[in-house]
Design a protein around this ligand. Structure first.
Ligand SMILES: NC(=O)c1ccc[n+]([C@@H]2O[C@H](COP(=O)([O-])OP(=O)(O)OC[C@H]3O[C@@H](n4cnc5c(N)ncnc54)[C@H](OP(=O)(O)O)[C@@H]3O)[C@@H](O)[C@H]2O)c1
Length: 274
């Protein structure tokens, strides 16, 4: 068993991460800016009040702990001050970033090119600046995460409610359980200061997803009225190697099988994957 893990920012991903991490760490803490309201599902002795914008809360983070940072690392000056105060360079830290960090490809390139971890990023984005600061100067591992789905974050509902519609835009997704496993695998096996894309490795257009959802679940969708961007296609080779080192692999490599499971068991929250 490893020692202590602190999940900084406990929203959707943390709900799945916490039960999984408890198999690996002797103690797991979850933080919130308002733990009494937002962490009622977490044991009282595991809750920590932490707000990046309130330095007086920083000392509540245990002195020796691995960290998974689950909210955007902004503003950069607060990130820097917290990283110094908490000596982050001495710890194993995994930061959840986003594949929106990658520059958009030219709209004429279709299908869009594959994107690996070496692709250029948009350094103007504050979140990218925060992540790069943590990676370069504090040895953090950055996971660039694609769209997260799972129980209660169901793409079928996004289609049903018109939040997404038929378009040629490519989308890359990751099931929250695979994201949680990847976070733990990264803490144990990732190279210091490395970047890993986190996705299921099968980019699809919204048109394809909408068509299958209509065939299988009878949910209608509409055509997009906008000139949609082409999206990107995210490679996940490094992530798959990481999961292999951890003795596991992608649990939900097929989006439609995963959606089927969610539809049949919509309340199945936070099932530990092993
Ligand atoms: N959703 C997606 O499809 C997607 C795609 C790519 C990347 N990501 C990234 O992946 C990460 C995890 O996503 P998620 O959907 O699990 O996030 P989430 O549900 O929003 O959870 C993050 C939690 O962090 C806490 N938080 C926010 N700002 C904070 C601050 N300044 N100081 C301290 N705590 C703060 C909030 O909880 P309290 O209000 O209780 O403090 C929030 O619920 C995020 O960084 C997200 O941007 C998400």
């Amino acid at each position: 068993m490893e020692h202590t893990l602190t999940i900084l920012g406990s929203g959707y991903t943390a709900k799945f991460l916490l039960p999984l991490a408890q198999h690996r760490y002797t103690q797991v803490f979850a933080t919130s800016r308002d733990p009494d309201r937002h962490l009622t599902h977490v044991r009282r002795d595991q809750r920590i009040r932490f707000d990046l914008m309130q330095p007086e809360t920083w000392q509540a983070i245990p002195p020796s702990t691995d960290i998974i940072w689950c909210f955007p690392a902004v503003p950069v000056e607060s990130v820097r001050q917290f990283a110094d105060a908490a000596s982050l360079h001495t710890r194993r830290v995994v930061v959840l970033g986003s594949t929106s960090a990658y520059d958009d490809c030219a709209p004429t390139e279709y299908p869009p090119p594959w994107v690996d971890e070496e692709a250029p990023t948009d350094q103007e984005k504050p979140r990218v600046q925060g992540e790069e600061l943590l990676r370069k100067y504090y040895n953090s591992i950055v996971l660039r995460v694609t769209g997260i789905y799972g129980p209660d974050r169901n793409p079928i509902e996004w289609i049903r409610t018109g939040r997404v519609n038929r378009s040629r835009k490519y989308v890359n997704l990751i099931h929250v359980e695979d994201l949680a496993s990847s976070c733990l695998a990264a803490l144990r096996h990732a190279t210091t200061s490395a970047v890993y894309n986190i996705g299921d490795g099968t980019p699809r257009t919204w048109l394809e997803i909408c068509q299958v959802v209509e065939q299988r679940w009878g949910i209608q969708s509409t055509d997009s009225q906008k000139a949609d961007p082409t999206g990107k296609r995210v490679l996940n080779r490094k992530m798959c190697e990481l999961l292999k080192l951890d003795g596991t692999g992608l649990r939900h490599s097929d989006l439609f099988e995963a959606l089927d499971l969610i539809q049949r068991n919509p309340l199945n929250e936070a099932t530990p994957s092993r």
